[in-house]
Design a binder for this molecule. Structure first.
Ligand code: GRG
Length: 295
């Protein structure tokens, strides 16, 4: 199976499991509809596919990976709903559709995000009772940490602050993106590893790899913001330069940002090949999927 066939297989498994997870019988219809609206809008599912890909690479327990992958996608979707709110990035479009608050109103959008975040942990923790494997709970703790106040939320907070104060240097830019973007990718990769019995060395290698693809993801996001096609990307573009934001493109210029992306891709490759050799094809191909993505 090539990369796109494997990704399609993973996406099918994840989408089916998400549909089961989000039946939400006791939940008010409007809240359930708002939660499902953004999850069902699709998205590339890069994070849950990585969890599945790493799990397969380490011959891990796929049933564990599916639960963790769904939890991760719910958390990621909550972050997008909240990021689009007028008090955050104020975006009208997401995943090719009007943003959640444009359809359901701000209050329900806040609650849909809160709902997805809380339910993700309810869903993952309840499922864990069937596995009786401490590694599963290590994975859930890793996801909580990376999504939380020393991870993605810390990055978002620093990003909001930088809008008033300006980002002063590259170190601050890296801090924001490591937390805001890379941490959830690191959580996705490590969660997949915990579905097997990873060595400390493998965990370190996978964390380094995911950090590099997080950086690559952000450089590419900045490049797409500058020169992407709205119809393909599915969200408002050109906002970074309109808001005078410090990005990899404003820092280095478009051409140098592209060269930087290529070199970060090669660093990610090295981290991986050293530890996993030819078993890492899916993770290797993910680097080039991110580098060449148009949405
Ligand atoms: C509100 C706590 C909180 C956090 C928001 C996700 C996020 C943090 C901000 C979104 C802004 C942004 C452009 C971040 C850069 C990276 C990123 C997370 C892009 C969106 O992820 P994709 O491209 O989206 O994987 P899909 O829709 O494909 O899932």
């Amino acid at each position: 199976m090539n990369y796109s066939e494997r990704s399609a297989e993973y996406r099918n498994v994840i989408n089916e499991a998400l549909a089961d997870a989000l039946v939400l019988k006791g939940t008010p219809k409007l809240l359930r509809d708002a939660m499902k609206y953004s999850v069902d809008a699709g998205g590339k599912r890069i994070r849950p596919c990585l969890t599945m890909g790493v799990c397969d690479m380490v011959n891990g327990n796929r049933r564990m990976a599916i639960k963790l992958a769904c939890g991760i996608e719910m958390i990621h979707t909550y972050s997008l709903i909240h990021d689009d709110l007028p008090c955050m990035d104020d975006d009208d479009m997401r995943r090719g559709r009007p943003s959640n608050h444009k359809v359901f109103g701000e209050g329900q959008a806040v609650l849909a995000g809160d709902g997805l975040l809380t339910y993700a942990f309810e869903w993952m923790l309840e499922a864990g009772l069937n596995f009786n494997d401490p590694n599963y709970y290590r994975a859930v703790a890793e996801i909580a940490k990376r999504a939380g106040v020393s991870g993605m939320i810390a990055g978002q907070s620093a990003d909001l602050m930088s809008e008033n104060e300006g980002i002063k240097n590259e170190a601050e830019l890296n801090y924001i993106h490591t937390r805001k973007t890379a941490d959830m990718l690191i959580a996705s990769v490590l969660a997949g590893a915990y579905c097997g019995n990873p060595t400390e060395e493998q965990l370190i290698c996978l964390e380094n790899y995911a950090q590099k693809i997080g950086l690559l993801f952000q450089i590419k996001d900045d490049i797409l913001d500058a020169e992407g096609d709205f119809a393909v990307v599915g969200k408002t573009l050109g906002k970074d330069s309109a808001h005078n934001k410090l990005t990899f493109v404003s820092l280095y210029g478009l051409e140098k940002a592209k060269v930087l992306a290529e070199s970060v891709a090669r660093e990610a490759e090295r981290k991986l090949l050293d530890a996993f050799g030819d078993k890492c094809q899916y993770l290797y191909d993910t680097i080039y999927y991110i580098l060449n993505r148009s949405n």
